[in-house]
Design a protein around this ligand. Structure first.
Ligand code: FES
Length: 349
């Protein structure tokens, strides 16, 4: 399975990147150093000194630049060496790769593809921690598994019935009935009504109601989900299409999630979740985060075990079911975009 390179990948939570403390990370197997200068500018370079390959992430921030602390080469924020201690001339090849990097919606995003194609309009519209309408908790989880397995999990919610019966209290409907899946330019949209329900652990109700949930799952692996609880009969009234969320009587929350492939079989999963301000407070947020912690641990246990089985299986094949429609559409889109990128780079070579 390949990954799209011309996309913005989440590198971390913006507020966790302190000024002048370089951060080492890997995305798509590439070592990257990210740092925020004293003046606040955000920078990302290949984390490999051009001299003897020491990690620049062990370096020292100087002004807008970063000095390798092995033999002291100084790199500017474009990745170009601007000083070699004890040497006057600087070879033209003395530079490392620079990555476009931007803070948006409380995340730091890195563009992994061609620099001249970096388009900030392609950053998915996540809901940041400072959004005025929501009170959000947040976190991240590391997986010993390929990112694509986490994407597959998030694209097929029929697993909620089985993996999350305890945490989310998900009923049989997730497995027994089909969600509505719609292709988007850079992903898929998932929409589902659960009618005549007393809700789940995150959306409890004393009387039977109709519950709606929807998410977009976007390149490279970003999930943006909301929903709410409505009076009985609302699903029929809207012909099982999307309702007006401002009319929800309870349970309106938002979760933004991002799956970042780090190395071959390692991924980082970022998430936030919480209620809309008019439907919950910090206590509700904390209760939701407790449910999320249990649920995401359930996913991690299953997906890491799945990865171990795949690793032990020669010529591993899958057998899709009807619930895999979203998975199949998304993975086909990834393959198509990755093939286009490969074709373009071959033409350019
Ligand atoms: Fe960086 Fe020598 S390895 S200066």
């Amino acid at each position: 399975m390949s990954y799209v390179r011309n996309a913005w990948y989440v590198a971390g939570w913006s507020h966790e990147l302190a000024k002048e403390i370089p951060l080492a990370l890997s995305i798509l197997g590439e070592r990257i150093v990210v740092w925020r200068s004293a003046s606040g500018t955000l920078n990302a370079l290949e984390d490999r000194c051009i001299h003897r390959l020491a990690p620049l992430s062990l370096g020292r921030c100087e002004g807008e630049g970063l000095r390798c602390m092995y033999h002291g080469l100084l790199f500017n924020r474009e990745g170009r060496v601007v000083e070699i201690p004890g040497q006057e001339s600087i070879p033209p090849k003395a530079h490392v790769r620079r990555y476009p990097v931007v803070d948006r919606h409380s995340w730091t995003w890195i563009w992994m593809g061609d620099e001249d194609k970096a388009d900030e309009n392609l950053i998915p519209s996540a809901v940041g921690l400072d959004h005025p309408d929501y009170i959000l908790g947040h976190g991240h989880l590391d997986y010993a598994a390929e990112a694509r397995l986490i994407n597959d999990n998030l694209l097929d919610f029929s697993h909620l019935t089985f993996v999350h019966a305890n945490s989310f209290g998900a009923g049989p409907q997730f497995a027994e009935t089909q969600a509505r899946i719609t292709p988007l330019d850079r992903g898929i949209r998932y929409e589902r009504w659960i009618e005549n329900t007393l809700g789940s652990s995150s959306r409890k109700s004393d009387v039977p109601m109709d519950s709606f949930m929807t998410y977009d799952f976007l390149i490279p692996g970003i999930l943006l989900m909301t929903g709410g609880v409505f009076p009985l009969g609302t699903a029929s009234a809207f012909e099982h299409g999307p309702p007006d969320l401002s009319k929800a009587v309870s349970g309106v929350t938002f979760t933004s999630q991002a799956v970042t492939p780090m190395r071959d079989k390692n991924a980082r999963y970022f998430f936030s979740w919480g209620p809309r301000y008019d439907q919950g407070d910090a206590d509700v947020r904390d209760r939701l985060m407790g449910i999320a912690a249990q649920a995401f641990a359930e996913d991690k246990e299953m997906i890491e075990a799945q990865q171990r089985v795949i690793d032990d299986t020669a010529d591993a094949q899958i057998m899709p079911t009807t619930h895999d429609r979203g998975v199949t559409l998304f993975n086909r889109l990834v393959d198509k975009l990755a093939r286009q990128e490969e074709g373009i780079s071959k033409q350019a070579a």
